[in-house]
Design a protein around this ligand. Sequence first.
Ligand SMILES: [Cu+2]
Length: 337
Amino acid sequence: WYHAHNRSWVQVARGLHGPLIVEEAVLPEVDREETLVLDDWLLDPETALIDDSFDHPMMMSHGGRIGNLITTNGRSDLSIPVAQHMRLRLRLINASNARIFPLQLAGLRGWTVALDGMPLAQPEPLEDVLVLAPAQRADLIVDVTTEAGETAHLVRIGNDDRPASQVAFPVSGTGTQSPRAAPAALPPNPGDGLGFLADARPLRLVMSGGAMGRMDSAFLGGERLGFRALAARGRFWAFNEMAEMTQAPLADLSLGEPVRLEIVNETVFPHAMHLHGMHFREIRDGRPVGPMRDTLLVAAQETREIGFVADNPGDWLFHCHMLSHAESGMMTWVRVT
Ligand SMILES: [Cu+2]
């Protein structure tokens, strides 16, 4: 997907974003394809217009701007008619500023086939919860198992753990095909080249700040300021004690250089850490594991490690995709030359 990067915590909240799809040379066999843009909107209950308190300190210092109207493709009641045994490809995008969407399938049998635009080596059965953090994408292939007359759902688990329908799929009739075998993997994208991790440059990013955090002070404009002084300037978070994007990059990397980056979340909030320009893998026990992604949800007080090869020349942002957090301190960048 793509979105505004100028005043993004305002403009993305106002809806300046859209899907950007690169199709496979040979499309997977499905009966229907749907792009589903998940979003939430913070509306003024009096006027039903977009609430314009974008810089509210309460939002910036807590979980970010969470909306009071949840939509898919701009509708709170999106309904897509299907037939039993239909196979659908669903392209999910979390375009919200800060909402984490825990999703489940009901009346659908599904597989995750790609994450953040990168095909998985093998489709993974989606039997449990798929957590989609801000900026994350997921491609699913799902078969309609519910019978005609019933309704299947993409289910959202609410804060109270109660399920709600994110998208309804009313079923009428039976597709021509009976249940099919599991889908094949999508054609792979170029590999990650993470073979020589032992030589990877080690980097560390410590996230601090926010409400109920322990950040006493951080640097802003070359000056060390206390938490209150930072808050008065609209800064509530810091990366490596920097409450703003610095002139110097977090790392100056050579093209092709492998990197391992430890991400330490000292805050009591989750953060969806997004790298521009390159995809990474998570590193566990010193080995690259899991899918290639560009956005990693790091839970409160958690430490994670990612590895990537600096294979794309340029200046690339690395930031929290809870956009109010990015604006109030959680932004850095790497240079690849
Ligand atoms: Cu954040």
